[in-house]
Design a protein around this ligand. Structure first.
Ligand SMILES: C[S@@+](CC[C@H](N)C(=O)[O-])C[C@H]1O[C@@H](n2cnc3c(N)ncnc32)[C@H](O)[C@@H]1O
Length: 298
C-alpha cells in the first residue's frame, strides 16, 4: 500500500529541483506530514491509480513555477495584479485542466512548504481533536476535500459538510471520498461560500475556512458567515496567505493583524495564531507567509 514516500519519489522523478526542499520539510516534520500524506496516498491511488503520484508532482511543480513568476511581478509592481474575477472563474475554478493539478498542489504545499506545516499541527491538535463528541463540521472552500477527509479519518464520530465554488475541485473531493470509507459521514457539494444561507439555523461545532479569504474580492462577509455558523462553544479553523501573489489571489493581506481585525469585527476572537514565512531571496520587499488561527465566538 502506498504512503507518503510515493509523493516524495514522484517529486524526485517529475519535480527534481523542488524535491530536496520538500523532502527536508517532510523529514523535519515526519510524524505530522505523514498524518496527512499516508492516508492521502492510499485514497489517491485507490481513486486514480498509480499514475496519480507523477500527476500530483507535475501539478506541484507547475504551481510552484506560477508562484515564482507571480512573486517576481509583485516585487516589480508593488501590489497584487490578479486576473479579473470572470477570468478567474472561467480560467481557474471552472477549468478542469487547470484545477485538478492545482488541487494536488494545494494539498501538497501543507507538508512540503515550511510556511504551511504549522497549519497541519494546528488543524489536527487544536481543531479536529478538540471538537466535542459527535460534532457537526462545515468546511467552506474545501477544494480537494482532504482536510475534511483527514478530520473524518482522525475522528470517527464527526459529520462533515464541505463545499467549494469549483465543480472540478468537488469532483476530486468526491472521488477521494468514495474510496476513503467515510462516505456515510462526509458530503461535498458545489456552492459559493458567500452564498451560504446565513439566516438558516444550521450551526456547526466546527467551521473550516482554509486558504479561502485571499481568493475573495472582499473577505469581510466570510467572517460574518463563520461567526453566524459556529455554535457558541464551537471552533473555527481559519487560514490565509499574506504577501503571496497568485493568479487567483485577489485580496492582499500584508499584516497578520488585518484578518484578525476582520474576525474580531465579526464577533470572533482568536485563541491561537501561527504565522510562518517561506524562504525568499535576500533583498525582497515582500515576505510571503501564511497565517492560521483558531477562532471562537465571543
Ligand atoms: C487554495 S484553494 C484552498 C483549498 C483548501 N481549502 C486548502 O486549504 O487546500 C482555494 C479554494 O477556494 C475556492 N474558492 C474560491 N472562491 C470561492 C468561493 N467564493 N466560494 C467557495 N469556494 C471558493 C477555490 O475553488 C479553491 O478550491
Amino acid at each position: 500500500m502506498k504512503n507518503a514516500q510515493a509523493f516524495l519519489e514522484a517529486l524526485d522523478r517529475k519535480a527534481k529541483m523542488l524535491a530536496p526542499a520538500a523532502r527536508a520539510t517532510f523529514e523535519a516534520n515526519r510524524e505530522l506530514c505523514s498524518w496527512l500524506l499516508d492516508p492521502l496516498a492510499r485514497w489517491a491511488e485507490a481513486a486514480y491509480g498509480p499514475e496519480v503520484f507523477d500527476a500530483a508532482a507535475r501539478g506541484y511543480a507547475e504551481y510552484c513555477v506560477g508562484v515564482a513568476k507571480a512573486k517576481a511581478i509583485y516585487e516589480r509592481e508593488g501590489r497584487y495584479t490578479p486576473e479579473r474575477m470572470p477570468e478567474i472563474m472561467s480560467g481557474v475554478y471552472h477549468d478542469e485542466g487547470y484545477m485538478i493539478p492545482y488541487m494536488w498542489a494545494a494539498i501538497l504545499i501543507y507538508p512540503f512548504w515550511p510556511s504551511m506545516v504549522s497549519h497541519i499541527a494546528m488543524f489536527r491538535d487544536e481543531f479536529v481533536r478538540r471538537l466535542p463528541k459527535n460534532a457537526r463540521v462545515l468546511e467552506l472552500a474545501c477544494g480537494h476535500g482532504v482536510l475534511s477527509l483527514l478530520a473524518a479519518e482522525d475522528r470517527p464520530d464527526l459529520e462533515i459538510e464541505g463545499s467549494d465554488i469549483s465543480p472540478p475541485a468537488i469532483a476530486v473531493a468526491n472521488r477521494l471520498l468514495a474510496v476513503s470509507g467515510h462516505a456515510d459521514r462526509v458530503r461535498f457539494e458545489v456552492s459559493d461560500a458567500l452564498k451560504v444561507d446565513t439566516n438558516g439555523d444550521g450551526r456547526y461545532h466546527g467551521v473550516i475556512s482554509a486558504m479561502l479569504a485571499e481568493h475573495l474580492p472582499n473577505p469581510t462577509p466570510l467572517f460574518s458567515t463563520m461567526a453566524q455558523r459556529v455554535t457558541s462553544d464551537g471552533l473555527v479553523f481559519f487560514s490565509t496567505a499574506l504577501e503571496s501573489p497568485q493568479r487567483d489571489h485577489v485580496f492582499e493581506y500584508n499584516q497578520e493583524s488585518r484578518p484578525l481585525q476582520m474576525a474580531e469585527a465579526a464577533g470572533l476572537r482568536a485563541s491561537r495564531m501561527a504565522s510562518d514565512a517561506s524562504a525568499i531571496p535576500p533583498g525582497s520587499k515582500f515576505l510571503p507567509r501564511a497565517t492560521a488561527m483558531i477562532l471562537r465566538a465571543r
